[in-house]
Each structure stands twice: as C-alpha cells, then as structure tokens.
Design a protein around this ligand. Structure first.
Ligand code: IPD
Length: 271
C-alpha cells in the first residue's frame, strides 16, 4: 500500500541529514569540479553531483521501488514497474549553488516525496546552519519541533518580499524590470539565492511573501509544501498551479494584491 506521509518524511529527513553533511564537508575542502549548465553563470560543482548520487543511492537502499527526479541526473526508475501510487522523490542536491560557490551560508538540500502527482512530504535543510524545515500534507510545517505559521500581513505596502532570478540573461533583465516596478509598492525586496530556503523563510514569517518565475520542480516541491502547511497560499498566476511560469507564496490576504500587481507588470511574460 501507499506509505503514510509521516513515514516518507522520516526517510527524507534521515537521507537529507547525511547529504547536507556531505555538502558542508566538501565545501570545507574548497569547491571543485565546476562546470556550467544552461548559461555561463549557471554552475554545477562536484558537490551537486556527489550529493545527488549519495541521495539516490540511499533512497535505493531504503525504498527500492521508488523513482527519483534529481536536478543533475534527471529521472531514475525504481526496481518495480511504476504505477499511479509509486512514490517519486524530487531532489535538489544543492539549492543555492552560487551561494555554495562563494561560501555564503545559504544553500540547502531539498527533498520531497510525491504520490499520485501530489507532494505529501518534504524537507529542506540548510547545509551550513543545520536549520531544517519539514512538512507533511495536512500535518503542518515544523522547524526544531515548533509548528510554523507564515506572516499574516495583508498590506502590500508593508510587505517584505523575497524573489529570485533565472540564469538566462534576457530573462534576468526582464525580471529586473518587473522588480524595478514592484519595489515601489512593497516595504522592500530580498534576494537570498536559494528558492527552497526562500519558501521556508516565508513559512516562518521571516519574509512576508516570495515570488519567482522560471523555477524547476526541484526548487519548490519541498519548500512549496512547507509554505502551504504554514498557512500560506502557494499558487501561480490567476490561481493556476505554481509552475515555471510563476510561483507566488503569500499569506491569503496578501496573495491577491501581490498577484494582481505581478499580473499587471507582466511578471509571467517576457523571454
Ligand atoms: C537556483 C536558486 C535561486 C533561484 C534560481 C534557482 P540552484 O537554484 O534557487 O535562488 O533564483 O531560479 O535555479 O541552481 O542553486 O539549484
């Protein structure tokens, strides 16, 4: 039968603790194996690859039938034929790779478990600080044993809003244009450099809201559940599911105003 979300979370937490340790230990020895992906600033390091291989191997061991989608190596199938109830793990081995490169303490391992196309458990762990955010669908979001509640801000003019940019130069320029307009309607903007941690910070109320265009599933699968379970509304433009076109995470009363401004500014458009 399908495992309970709590059972999947236990597995995720165990695997991610080890993986985050690997990332931190590798960084202490310096950065190696740097290559680029989509553009000259979209980097991958030996640690991204090592952590992904480690997590996939650990999941293979603990849950051999499950499938895994990872940022660096894509899909790997389980030992059984996949069916509608097969667990799919969604992994970002190092989210915040540029922070990792520079040694900024804001990079994380993000792992979510999806069943029947729905994320049911997720964990994000800051590899440097060891801060760890978890959630199960319907079971709330937690950090250090405390239940999390996002901001209750409803006034866009008072909202601290986090965001991020893609790696494509034309897209970044467009995103900066949108942000240049938005900034006069909000309290201020933050760009921390790891989408999964941005979502966890929103879940904790350390920022009021977060939005970004162009995310991949591994960037937001775990963090999106954590933010949702902390009471935020996580969705895309015009109430469509959050996806590559735009993801907005905001307290319910702030979602509308932020959404409408982003829609008016064409945040999901451009290159
Ligand atoms: C990136 C980070 C960044 C976000 C980018 C992501 P990566 O992930 O989450 O904050 O703005 O859109 O691609 O490349 O560090 O795993």
């Amino acid at each position: 039968g399908t495992p309970a979300p709590e059972e999947l979370l236990k597995v995720a937490v165990e695997v991610v603790r080890e993986a985050a340790d690997t990332a931190r230990r590798m960084r202490a020895d310096g950065v190696s194996g740097i290559t680029t992906k989509s553009t000259a600033t979209d980097v991958v390091t030996a640690a991204d690859r090592a952590v992904e291989r480690e997590v996939v191997a650990a999941l293979r061991d603990l849950r051999p039938d499950d499938t895994v989608l990872g940022e660096e190596y894509g899909d790997s199938a389980g030992s059984a034929a996949a069916g509608p109830q097969t667990v799919r793990w969604i992994l970002d081995p190092i989210d915040g790779t540029v922070n990792y490169l520079y040694g900024l303490p804001q990079y994380a391992v993000s792992l979510a478990a999806e069943v029947g196309g729905e994320v049911v458990a997720g964990v994000v762990r800051n590899a440097v600080t060891g801060d760890e955010w978890t959630a199960t669908r319907g079971g709330g979001a937690h950090r250090a044993g405390r239940r999390l509640h996002g901001s209750t801000e409803s006034d866009l003019g008072q909202a601290l809003v986090a965001t991020g940019f893609g790696y494509d130069p034309a897209r970044r320029a467009y995103q900066a244009g949108v942000l240049g307009e938005l900034i006069s309607y909000v309290r201020d903007i933050r760009r921390f450099g790891a989408a999964s941690l941005d979502l966890c910070m929103a879940a904790e109320g350390l920022v009021d809201a977060y939005y970004e265009r162009g995310l991949n599933l591994w960037d937001h699968a775990a963090g999106g559940l954590i933010a949702t379970e902390a009471g935020l509304r996580v969705a895309g433009l015009a109430g469509v599911a959050a996806g590559p076109d735009l993801l907005i995470a905001a307290p319910p009363a702030l979602f509308g105003p932020l959404h409408d401004h982003l829609a008016r500014l064409g945040a999901a458009g451009g290159p």
